[in-house]
Each structure stands twice: as structure tokens, then as C-alpha cells.
Design a protein around this ligand. Structure first.
Ligand code: SAM
Length: 546
């Protein structure tokens, strides 16, 4: 048992950030981005230890210190290596070995593992202590943040978290005062009480310390994702959790099983701060600010936010004054009847026309959120209503949110009900008109993953007897896309990543198949045919109604 964690933590938090180590890929220092309204610097961040070009690895962390899987994913995800054995999106699971299954831990009946070695690794990391504590409460649904806090406290109590990690972790802000101000501190105290009780650590950590640690998890966790960015849970890590946010980030975290890698999105100079994004940065300015304020308690002053609502995310296809009169009437009704239209997250401007546009935007976001909890067929209907609103009002360019996000979910839902052809035309629209606008860097991992999914859909449809449109040969389009993804995935995911390797493998299979079909002149025949097919693929993006 430790004499007094509270004393240890207060000593640590007053220390200065670590000095840079020569030759290290990054270092921790005071961040100029974390400032109060009066300009006082209040937080740390990670800074580049050398110059990096776009698409380079900065560092790799074998596994985050603490990971906690979403309740929904506990049943189909390995709690050690984070392999997701189900997966919904097309082409997203090629990197998972066929027949991978997970089995429940016989003790706690909560976590599942894909193999004996994974179970053993988790056991030795601390599950041997945690399992006993979780066993009597195996029938209770426990929020992932509580499970993360339990793991953290149990492992520290049993000497399974190094002092150096603990020191860094305890330096992260708890935001307790912010929680007290927004009225959520009571809930935190309650969760912390449960955490202490369930983890059998009351003898080691005080009530206030646990509340602080729980609050720290809420404001410093990152999302565990698959290599294709399907969310699986949350992770807390002394290094990763020190990364600050920018709506115009220069880096991102990509995961390969339990390994988390920080990679660059743009060139970064030595001593420049490494910034990732915490949120969907494709949203308009007011929405981004509201989300960051509500969840992380800060006003973002990144380069993009300093320009206010003037960037491409905030551009309308027509000016608000030119909205057709029937849409003005619809907007006026919404202003009278729907509270959401007044939310600061939808703020567009103070003129009457801007308020109307904000009301239509609020409605589109409500529809976007509502469809997320509906079954696929209902979701498709709701999404179509939202997309028609965006299209028929004439206000939205295809990449403006939530129009682009609605199409994204439409594609996923169409795939899940087997409407592959419909999904294909929307994917073509997304490929040509949306991805380059949303993710301007070619190495952006979300752009790469979406390209990959488009390629896999083309490949699937290539085997159907009826072409999707006259003259279209989807096999060739798939080949061209896979070959593009093959090259870029080395930069977005890393050449040795499971994702890049599975793309490489697929490319090899298809190239061999094409060569055996077309013979010695395969290269020449294909390059002219591909040009023609790409032109047809581009034309397909104009065939969607909205
Ligand atoms: C995951 S932590 C990052 C580490 C944090 N800077 C620290 O030293 O504890 C998230 C917190 O960092 C601060 N932060 C991150 N990005 C910021 C930004 N762009 N502007 C202002 N504060 C930021 C906020 O206080 C946020 O709640």
C-alpha cells in the first residue's frame, strides 16, 4: 500500500514538465495552446523532437496503459488485443484472421479473449486482481469509464503501474472545477464511490482522489479504434493523453490491434507542437466549439478556429438571403416549434435569414442524430429525409455537414440491408465530391479507409452478372483504387501495419488474376481501359438524386 497518494500527486503536479531528451521523437512541455481567457498557460502538450514529413511515424506505443471496451463491443472484441471479431463495414475486416472468435473469462464473465496468450497477457497485466473484484458484480452493467478507473486503481494498488507512468497520468488536468460549475460533479462523486467500492481500493485511495481520477478519465481518454476507425472503447495513456487538440491537426493516432501509433498528417518541424483532433473537424465552427467546450472545457483557438466561421466547413452553396420562400416558411415554423434551433451549436449569424438557415441546419443535425439509434430500414428513411432537406433547400454543398455524414451513414445502412448498387452510386459521389473536400491531405487515414471501402464494394459488385451501368467494369475500377490505397496506406497506416499488409495482399491477388486473364500485354491493355473506366466512375457520381 502507498503511504498517501494524495501527497504524491500534489508534489507531482507542481513539478515542471520533463526536459527534452536529445534524439527523442517527442518531448513534453508547457503548451501555448492551453491558455485561460487571461492568457495564463495551464497545460502541457507533446512537441516534435525532430523534423517530420507528412505520413511519418512519430512514435508507437505498444499498448495504451488502460483500455476499456464499449459495453456493446465487450461481447465480440478481445479485451487484450482489441481484435473486433464481428465488424459491419464492407472491407474493414480483411486484416482479421478468418474464424477468429472470443471466449468469456470464466471468472469475471465480463471480458472476452481471442486466444490463450491474450488471456494470459491480460491476466499478468492485472486482470488476476481485477477478476476477483469483478466476479461478484458480473450481472451488473458497468460504464466503460468506471471499468477504466477500476483497472487503473487496482493495478496501481498492486504495484502494476510504474511510478513514471503514474506521475505523468496524475499531471493531467482533472477539470474538477469545471465539473462543479456545470453541475456534473455530483454524478462524478457517485461514480467514484462505485469505483472505489467495486475495486476494493478504499484502503489505498481517498474518496477525493478517486473522484479526481474518474474526472481525469472523462476528460483525457481517447477512442480505441480498429485500423478502419470503427470505435471500440476508450483508452487512457500517460503519453497519448497529453496530446492537445487542433481542428486543423498535424497528426493523428492510428491503431493496429492494441498498438497505438502517432503519425503525421502534415510536415512538422522540430519543437512544433504535435496536435491531433478530438472531434469531427469537418463540422462547422460553432458546432466544433460547442462540442469542445461541453466535453473538454476549452475554447479552441487553433489556426482554423482563429479564422472563425469562414472556412470551407461553414460555406453554404447559396447565400442565406437567397433561400427560396417555401424554405423560409419551413424554417420559420421550425424556429417556433423546435428548441434545438436556438442551440449555440447551430449558430450561423444574427440576421433573420441566418437564423432561418440555422434552424434548417438544426433540423438536419437532429435527423442525423435520430437515425443513429434506428434499425437500418428506419435509419435509411430518416437519412433520406435529412438528405432531401440539405439538397432541396439548395443550401448545402455535398461536403457540408451533416449532409456528408448522412450520406456516410446511408452507405453503411444500405450495405447492411444488401442494397449494394445504391450504396455504390453514393460511394462514387463520396469519392469524387466529398472525400477530397473533407480530408485535404492525401495521407488522411479516414480518406484512405473510405477509398478502401469503395474499392471493396466495387470488387464485390464486379462479380454480379449485370453491370452497374452500361460499359462499366467495376473490376478495373477496383484494381485502380486498390493500387492507389496500396501506396498511400504505407503513409497513413505504416508499411508494416496489418491494414497496409492486407491491402498489399489483396492487390497481389487481383494483379495476378488480371495478368492471367489478359496475358503478356496486361499492363498496356489495363492502363488505357482504366482511364476510360475512371471517367465512367466519375460520371456515376452525378447519378444520385441528392
Ligand atoms: C487530453 S488533455 C491534453 C493534456 C492537457 N493539455 C494537460 O496538460 O492536462 C485535454 C485537455 O487539454 C486542454 N486542451 C487540449 N487542446 C486544447 C486546445 N486546442 N486549446 C485549449 N486547451 C486545450 C483542455 O484543457 C482539455 O480538456
Amino acid at each position: 500500500m502507498f503511504p498517501s497518494e494524495d501527497i504524491l500527486v500534489s508534489t507531482i503536479t507542481s513539478q515542471n514538465p520533463t526536459a527534452p531528451t536529445i534524439g527523442a521523437p517527442f518531448h513534453l512541455a508547457r503548451s501555448p495552446i492551453c491558455v485561460t481567457a487571461t492568457g495564463e498557460c495551464i497545460g502541457d502538450g507533446l512537441f516534435a523532437g525532430q523534423d517530420y514529413s507528412a505520413g511519418e511515424q512519430i512514435t508507437s506505443i505498444e499498448r495504451p496503459l488502460i483500455g476499456s471496451i464499449d459495453t456493446q463491443r465487450l461481447k465480440d472484441t478481445c479485451a487484450n488485443c482489441y481484435v473486433w471479431t464481428e465488424g459491419s463495414s464492407l472491407g474493414s475486416r480483411l486484416y482479421v484472421k478468418d474464424g477468429t472468435k472470443v471466449q468469456t473469462c470464466a471468472g469475471c464473465k465480463r471480458f472476452r479473449y481471442c486466444s490463450k496468450p491474450c488471456q494470459k497477457e491480460a491476466w499478468n497485466r492485472g486482470h488476476k486482481h481485477e477478476c476477483k473484484a469483478l466476479k461478484p458484480i458480473s450481472d451488473k452493467e458497468i460504464p466503460k469509464a468506471v471499468l477504466a478507473a477500476m483497472e487503473l486503481l487496482i493495478r496501481r494498488k498492486h504495484g502494476l503501474i510504474a511510478d513514471s507512468d503514474w506521475v505523468l497520468l496524475c499531471r493531467l488536468d482533472t477539470h474538477i472545477d469545471d465539473f462543479k460549475r456545470n453541475g456534473k460533479y455530483g454524478g462524478i462523486e457517485l461514480m467514484a464511490m462505485g469505483t472505489s467500492q467495486f475495486s476494493w481500493t478504499q484502503d489505498t485511495f481517498s474518496k477525493d482522489f478517486v473522484a479526481g481520477m474518474y474526472a481525469r478519465i472523462l476528460t483525457n481518454s481517447l477512442t480505441i479504434v480498429t485500423p478502419t476507425f470503427d470505435p471500440l472503447g476508450i483508452m487512457v495513456d500517460p503519453v497519448l493523453s497529453h496530446l492537445n487538440h487542433s481542428c486543423d491537426p498535424n497528426a493523428f493516432i492510428v491503431m493496429d490491434g492494441s498498438e497505438a501509433v502517432i503519425r503525421t498528417l502534415k510536415p512538422i518541424e522540430k519543437d512544433e507542437e504535435i496536435l491531433i483532433s478530438y472531434i469531427d473537424t469537418t463540422n462547422p465552427y460553432a458546432r466544433r466549439q460547442s462540442e469542445l467546450q461541453a466535453r473538454w472545457f476549452f475554447t479552441c483557438r487553433c489556426k482554423k478556429c482563429q479564422k472563425g466561421a469562414t472556412c470551407s466547413e461553414d460555406k453554404w452553396a447559396i447565400s442565406p438571403q437567397n433561400l427560396a420562400s417555401e424554405w423560409k416558411a419551413i424554417a420559420d415554423d421550425l424556429i417556433k416549434s423546435e428548441a434545438e434551433t436556438q442551440s449555440p451549436a447551430n449558430h450561423v449569424g444574427d440576421s433573420r435569414d441566418e437564423k432561418r438557415v440555422a434552424a434548417l441546419q438544426a433540423k438536419a443535425f437532429v435527423l442525423y442524430e435520430e437515425q443513429q439509434t434506428a434499425n437500418p430500414l428506419e435509419a435509411i428513411e430518416k437519412i433520406r429525409v435529412g438528405m432531401r432537406l440539405c439538397h432541396q433547400s439548395g443550401l448545402w454543398p455535398p461536403h457540408r455537414q451533416p449532409y456528408a455524414a448522412l450520406r456516410e451513414d446511408l452507405i453503411l445502412n444500405l450495405l447492411s440491408v444488401g442494397k449494394y448498387r445504391d450504396a455504390w452510386t453514393h460511394s462514387a459521389k463520396r469519392y469524387w465530391n466529398i472525400l477530397p473536400a473533407l480530408y485535404q491531405e492525401k495521407v488522411h487515414p479516414l480518406r484512405v479507409v473510405h477509398m478502401w471501402q469503395t474499392a471493396m464494394l466495387a470488387l464485390y459488385l464486379a462479380n454480379e452478372s449485370e453491370p452497374v451501368a452500361p460499359g462499366v467494369e467495376l473490376g478495373l475500377i477496383a484494381y485502380a483504387l486498390i493500387s492507389e490505397v496500396k501506396d498511400i496506406s504505407q503513409l497513413s497506416h505504416g508499411e508494416n501495419s496489418a491494414f497496409a499488409r492486407s491491402v498489399q495482399r489483396k492487390y497481389g491477388e487481383i494483379a495476378t488474376e488480371m495478368q492471367s486473364e489478359l496475358g503478356a500485354n496486361a499492363g498496356d491493355i489495363m492502363s488505357s481501359a482504366i482511364k476510360q473506366q475512371i471517367a465512367l466512375f466519375r460520371e456515376m457520381s452525378d447519378r444520385v438524386e441528392y
